[in-house]
Design a protein around this ligand. Sequence first.
Ligand code: SF4
Length: 501
Amino acid sequence: MYITASDLYNYVKCPHLIWRDKYGPQGEKIRETNPFVDLLWQRGIQHEEEVVNKIGQFIDLHVGTLEERFERTVKEMKKGTPLLYQGVIMHDNLLGIPDLLKKISENIYVPIDIKSGMGFEGSDEDDVDEGKPKKHYALQLCLYVEILKNLGFAKENNGKIIDISGKEVDYLLDTAQGSKTPESWWGLYQSVKKDVKALLENQQQNKPALSGICKLCCWCNSCKKWCRKESDLTNIFYLGRSRRDVISKDIKIEKMEQLKELNIATILASKKLDKSFLRGIGEELLKKYINRAEIITKTKKPVVYKKIELPKVPTELFFDIEDDPTQDFIYLHGVYKREKGKGEFIPFLAKEFARESEKEAWNMFWTYINSLPLNSYAVYYYSSHEKTAYKHLRERYPDIITQEELEGFFANPNVIDLYSKIILKYTDWPLSSYSIKDIATLLGFKWRDETPSGALSIQWYNEYLKTSDGDILKRILEYNEDDCKAMMVLKDEIESLSNRL
Ligand code: SF4
C-alpha cells in the first residue's frame, strides 16, 4: 500500500482521518461534497492552470496509468528534460505526483508544488519571506525528495512551493521547524511517515476528536456520534485531541464522568515530582475541565459565574461580518439594530468582487456608525475576528477611518466582544463548542437556512457574483441577519441568567 502526499496532508489535518477513511463505518460517511470544499478545490485547479500557463515549455505527463507515467517521468529525467508537469515518482511504498519537477543540475531535480495559499504560515501578500513553512507543504515535499533521492535524481533535502501570489518559495527541509521545535522538517516527516504507514495497514488505530475542522469533514456526523457515545473527553470545550491524549496516557481517564473522581491534590503532587506529568494541564485548567464535564453530563444547564452589567442604551447593534479569507475579501458587514423594542437589519454589501466595492461597503458602514449619537448605542459582536479584519481593512483603506478612530471604537466599553469578554471569561455551557451557532441553537434559536454556515456563505457569495441571482443574495443576507439575531438572543440570555444571581 502506497503512502501518498494526500495521506500526509490528511494526517496533518486530522491524525484520525486516514484510519477512518480506510477502516471506519463506511455507511456513516457523508457522500455529497461540501460545496465550500468544492469551491476551494476549483480555485486550486484554476490557480494551477494559471501558473502552468505562464511557466513556459514543459513535458506534460498527466495522462496514462500510474505505471506508464512513472516510466515516462524517469525516462525524461534520465534524458535531462528541464521541466516536467504532473510526473509520477515511486519507490518502495512511496508514491508522489509533484506538480513540477525542475532540473537544477545534471540528473538532479527539485520537486515543486503549486498551492493556492500563501507559501509560508503567517506571511502576507507583501512579505512572503515572513512566517514559517507550512507543515503539510513541508511534509509533502519531503515525500517527493525521498523518492527522488532513492531514484538517484536528488541529493539535497530541498523543495519549492509556487504560492497564490505566483512566488517561488524555498523549503529547506533540513532546517528546524521553529525556534521552540529544534527537530527538522525531515525528522518530523520520518515519524509522520511511520505513523501513516501503521494507520494505513491497521497496525495502529487512533480515536476521533471533536474539533473545529470536523465541520468540513465527511466523517463529521460519524465521529461526533462516536465521541458522544463514548463520552469522550473532547466533548469538553477547549480540551482537544492533544490534551485528551495526555490525560488518557498519564492518568488513564477516557470518559467525562471519570473526571470528577480525580484527586486534584494527588495530581498536583505528582506534577511537582515530574514536570512532564500532565504536561500543559495545570490546576486551573483541570478544575475547569472537571466543572465543564459536570455541566455536560449532569446539570446540562448554562452557568454565569458573576453578575454582568451590560450597557443600558436606547440602541443596540448586533454586528457580524462575512468574509472570504481565501481571497482576503470582506463582502458583508451586517448590523441588526434593536431600538424601542423593534428590530431592523442593515446590511452593507460589496456587490462585486472588487476592491472599490469592498471599500464602498466599509465606508457605508462607518458613515452609518458615525451618524449615531455618541453614547446612545452599544455594539455586540462575537470573537476577535471582526476586530482583526477591521485592522486589515483600515490599513488597506486608510482614508476611510484613522487608526486612532478605529482603536477608539473597539476600546469603547459599549462595544463588546461577547465571546472573548463574556462567554469565555464568565460562563460555561453544556456544549463541546461555544460557537454562536451552538449556543444560540441550545437557546432555541433557529436559522432560517437549513445549512447555515460561514463557509457556505462564501460559496453562495461566489455563486451570486457569477449569476446575480436575487434568491442567492437573499440567502446570504438572511444568514448574516440570523447570525446577528442569534447574538441578540445570547445577549438577552446572559442578562437574564446574570439577573438571577
Ligand atoms: S470528523 Fe473530525 S475527528 Fe473525524 S476524521 Fe474528520 S476531522 Fe478527524
